[in-house]
Design a protein around this ligand. Sequence first.
Ligand code: CP3
Length: 368
Amino acid sequence: MTDPDAVRARHADGPFLRACRGLPHNTVPVWFMRQAGRALAEYRAIRDDHTFEEVVQTPELAAEVTLQPVRRYGVDASILFSDIVTPVQALGIGVTIKPGVGPVIEQPFRTAEDLDRLRPLEAESDLSFVMQTVDLLVQELPVPLIGFAGAPFTLASYLVEGGPSKSYARTKAMMFSDELTWHRLMDKLAGITLASLRAQVAHGASAVQLFDSWAGALNPVDYQRYVLPHSERILDGLSDLEVPRIHFGVATGELLTLMAQAGADVVGVDWRVPLDEGRRRIPDGVGFQGNLEPAVCLGPWEVVEERVRDVLDRADGAVDHIFNLGHGVLPATDPAILEQVVDLVHREGTVRTSEGDTSRAPVGGDAS
Ligand code: CP3
């Protein structure tokens, strides 16, 4: 295993980690959620011969798929190829990832007894294939590796609904009618997520992203009561590791302030919120990531170009802005468009570094 601190030191001066820490750098960093897989022919070629789970569980394949978008797009960060349900799958919960649908749970969680099926995660052994993937990646990656995990609410929504949902009715029914069981479930999932993230960092991940993809289904009052304490436990539980913590969810415009308060160093802004408005909702000292609408990338280059410029204008050269989509790459996206997006952001994104230009205090690390 490569020394994880040496790996992080190697990447520390790159634009992605400097932006996460609010430190001056030359180019606006860019990466894309769901950059691995989906749109890439080289990923589909691997998937022709292997199931999704086989790719995730075979370190050489998972590392290769993680690297594909780095080679193709020239992004400033990579994200581990895995899934938010991988840890619970490793604990023996029957989960199948159905192409075009998402995770489907064999026996959904509906009662207090179902919680007995979740034991604590021993990340080194239960997720040994993930740790081996991280070990391989940090040796060869030219850019930092972002580790990730699903936040408790989003994981609970899959376990309770049994699959993707529009209304989250069963999840909310448990939340409102059996608060004790709800918090016990969230507590168990928070423990699993924290163990998974800490292990990824121990193996050399330079940053982590906590995906609370479906938290936008909640209003701020319910988010604060039923979700925030658990996500806070995870983010606080990572603070001693001194890696930037990114916190993202879809349609979370009304939750951005709370998601920062939960303990994030960077908050991901969904594409529905104008980025300047999103930034105003995120407290000083916390960076922001986003937020080109993924579907825009299905349009002609002239339209994409205009929208990329709009995102850059709204970010206003902030030292703590990381360019991304406002959710994941859509499978129908032409990879050539994403390549052009990266080029444009690198060419035209300027970071204002002189004093007074940006008011934010650096997050963690050395402010020199
Ligand atoms: O971002 C990356 O490129 C890294 C790998 C990654 C995957 N899933 C691979 C994957 C990451 C970070 C995830 C996280 C994930 N998984 C989230 C949070 C991010 C988000 O989009 O909000 C969620 C909600 C899931 C659950 C999940 N897994 C969904 C909704 C799907 C899509 C189903 C589909 O085919 O549209 C999956 C499957 C999945 N995870 C695929 C990939 C590449 C497609 C699987 C395939 O090859 O068929």
